[in-house]
Design a binder for this molecule. Sequence first.
Ligand code: NAD
Length: 278
Amino acid sequence: MSYNLLKGKKGIIFGALDNKSIAWKIAERAYDEGAVFTLSNTPVALRFGEINQLAEACNAQIIPADATSVKDLEHVFTKSMEILGGKVDFVLHSIGMSLNVRKQKDYDDLDYDFFQKTIDISALSFHKMLQVAKKLDAINEWGSVLALSYIAAQRTLAGYNDMADAKALLESIARSFGYIYGREKHIRINTVSQSPTRTTAGSGIKGIDGLLDFTDRMSPLGNATAEECADFSIVLFSDLSKKITMQNIYHDGGFSSMAMSLKAMTQYNKCLEEEDNL
Ligand SMILES: NC(=O)c1ccc[n+]([C@@H]2O[C@H](COP(=O)([O-])OP(=O)(O)OC[C@H]3O[C@@H](n4cnc5c(N)ncnc54)[C@H](O)[C@@H]3O)[C@@H](O)[C@H]2O)c1
């Protein structure tokens, strides 16, 4: 159902790769809610992903960019304002990648060149985006900027590796820049800490199947899906959330407030019984 929550709003959506991507779902939802926007991803993602289908369905133009490059980002913001006919109202950062995770390097045996890339792609790119936008004065007053995070920023999760450090930095950037952009331009900056979700990036997490089952059993409302994340992101882009800024908001069915649930305990006890019977 559409509520026209983004009618008349312009935006930029970074990070839609294929139809499992959280950014893809957010783009579809933003379109349904009346927004016009551009899409951006790396040239490699444009070659191997399916973003053209999304662009067609949402009547959006694609602007290639490596989000670690300030020059590329300047191009995305300048070109977006040209295409959309003015400043934007919302920006989505839905970008993450760790070569240490991909190459299965353990946290106590990290490759530091990879580590720097993780930080640059998954966190610094958010600062670069914000700094470029501010210098170009590319976002309208009361605009909304959102990045996607994960609970590993606060709590240690086996296998999340250097992405945990990147997410901690990402959330900190949202607060630090949120203060400055809010004070000067009333622009709000938040991160949404999403449940584990089966996407290309999500599938890189070690033991994703077990993790999805565990978090689902632990969360009173169950895991939040990518579609539900899209619904919530639309609210954060809309005028209905004008005074929310510098927050990391859990969108995880209650997982972040749990220590043990009946469902998880039952499963755990079953495993103990099986072990006793061995
Ligand atoms: N899937 C999950 O379990 C989960 C949970 C919480 C948060 N998140 C976060 O959601 C965001 C989106 O991930 P997703 O799960 O939709 O996976 P995804 O693989 O669909 O999206 C990741 C995107 O990052 C892009 N990207 C990588 N390097 C880039 C670069 N240098 N410049 C520009 N773009 C680049 C990829 O091309 C891809 O489109 C990420 O920040 C991820 O950490 C995911």
